[in-house]
Write a protein that binds this ligand. Sequence first.
Ligand code: C5P
Length: 232
Amino acid sequence: MGRDVIVACDFSNAQAVFDFLDKFTGRKPFVKIGMELFYAEGPSIVKEIKKRGHKIFLDLKLHDIPNTVKKSMAVLSSLDVDICNLHAGGTIRMMEAALEGLTRPDGSRPLLIAVTQLTSTDQESMENDLLIKEPIDKVVMHYAANAKKAGLDGVVCSPLEAGKVHEICGKEFLTVTPGVRFADGDIGDQKRVMTPAQAKLIGSDYIVVGRPITAADDPVAAYNRCVAEFVD
Ligand code: C5P
């Protein structure tokens, strides 16, 4: 899969997401389904969106003992998603178990990427709450290297970190980057943002874009603008 725009479909129910996706009569967006929608609607939402012809990033961020993650990943793999994820903080052994669980009998599997430190975690909360005293940039790169060691395909990271992740983990290691805003758009609650064009320059493989598309007056035009800046 090449560079692509993933639309974060952060809706609370199936009807809202179907109404949104119905607007896209041309190119079908790669869709991110998060915890809210998945917990509200269950696995059927994945099957329905898949049936409509969209690729799916199922963003459930698993983190548990290796055996539980392995078995849960096997269930997600059978849903035929294209990308799923977990927390690198669950250790290399948990990530290896996840990969085993994801791999289907024929050897195929969805891509698996890791969350390093959540962007909502800052240096202070990492030191005080998690007792991790290293600089956060070093922790993020160490977790990315762990994900690579475990055999994962990439990480979710800020577009500002994508270049460094590629330096450390190689060009083929995927960087999936939220925190994307148009140059003339609202930043909202995101702190460190980049435009789709800047994310392309710095080497992001996938950008995850939510409200700049979902809350736009013309979501299809906003999506097409992302594609024009980032993919074409
Ligand atoms: O609406 P917006 O473009 O900010 O949506 C970004 C999406 O990416 C949301 O689904 C958000 O949960 C997700 N995300 C993020 N920052 C991270 C990880 C995920 O914004 N570090």
